[in-house]
Design a protein around this ligand. Structure first.
Ligand code: FAD
Ligand code: FES
Length: 276
């Protein structure tokens, strides 16, 4: 096997892919919460959370949703191809100190980011509930994996599978009956904001994995800045985990929209090129 070679590829739903990448150094060092940044062919740099590792085989697993040009290029890569500039593990590992009972809440592709958190908590004998929210049944993935490490609750927006509703619906039910040392949340910004608002009412510590736009991933460019407790932080080196009750979600939601028009234009151009 060659370094950074794709050794496994699986489509988990219509827009989400899992890939196994051969990189023993990263596979042996990575901890839950950390991420890698790499390029493939004409893509921009892509930051992705390390979803799992097989340290014996030296394989790093990433799970990504096709969102724009770079992830579309990646989704077309096949087993045997090598990724460029595969750097990691980056960011701080999730802190599980004193966590004996936790609820891990994930939305959409956030399930991939949340899985190593639930797995690590389970390996440390913590009691773990997991709430996974998807828009509909055809987008559900990782349910079986979560069931091996957590008491797993699935919700779908349209009710096409399991419980109908948003993750906050299930979380509120659990918060009314259980005590948690910590809630971990990963997903779209409005969903993390809603979870943070809910857990604040119950005074339950909540950690959000923040995924703002990143460029270098080493604290140099400032692209990933966000405001936490009134102070500027860089998600790549100060995070990606932050106290969800102190994150300025509204500011980040506005910032993340800055390049939307350019991203849409680039994606349309890419799709037109593919048609030729
Ligand atoms: C630390 C970190 C870990 C991440 N882990 C994962 C992961 O495990 N799986 C995964 O699927 N994605 C993850 N992401 C998001 C992923 O990096 C982006 O979706 C990807 O870089 C988009 O590139 P693109 O060129 O395909 O899309 P673009 O053309 O750049 O964007 C397409 C659409 O996606 C939105 N978008 C772009 N970047 C982000 C972002 N960082 N967060 C939310 N929305 C974004 C844009 O606003 C736009 O609407 C992570 C991001 C960070 C910073
Ligand atoms: S990505 Fe450049 S400072 Fe974080």
């Amino acid at each position: 096997m060659k370094l950074n070679q794709i050794v496994e590829k699986k489509q988990l739903n219509q827009v989400v892919y899992l890939m196994g990448i051969y990189n023993p150094a990263v596979a042996n060092k990575a901890k839950a919460g950390q991420f890698v940044i790499f390029k493939h062919k004409e893509s921009e740099r892509i930051p992705l959370t390390i979803a799992d590792c097989n340290s014996k085989m030296g394989i790093v697993y990433i799970v990504f949703q096709q969102a724009g040009v770079s992830t579309a290029i990646l989704s077309r890569a096949n087993v045997g191809e090598q990724l460029d500039h595969f750097a990691g593990p980056l960011g701080n590992a999730t802190n599980f100190e004193k966590v004996k009972s936790a609820c891990v809440v994930a939305g959409g592709v956030g399930a991939a980011i949340a899985y190593p958190i639930a797995k690590t908590l389970h390996s440390q004998n913590a009691k773990v509930d997991a709430i996974l929210g998807f828009r509909s049944k055809n987008l559900v993935f990782f349910e079986e994996k979560f069931q091996t490490v957590a008491d797993t609750h699935i919700v779908t927006d349209d009710g096409s599978y399991a419980q109908k509703g948003l993750v906050t619906y299930s979380l509120e039910q659990l918060l009314n009956t259980k005590q948690y040392d910590c809630v971990f949340v990963v997903g779209p910004l409005p969903m993390m904001k809603a979870v943070a608002n809910l857990t604040k009412e119950y005074s339950v510590k909540t950690i959000a994995s923040m995924n703002p736009i990143m460029i270098d991933g080493t604290g140099m460019c400032g692209g990933c800045r966000l405001t936490v407790d009134g102070k500027t932080k860089f998600a790549c080196v100060d995070g990606p985990d932050f106290d969800a009750h102190k994150v300025d979600f509204d500011q980040l939601i506005a910032r993340n929209k800055t390049y939307q028009q350019f991203e849409r234009h680039a994606y349309d151009k890419y799709c037109n090129l593919l048609k030729k």
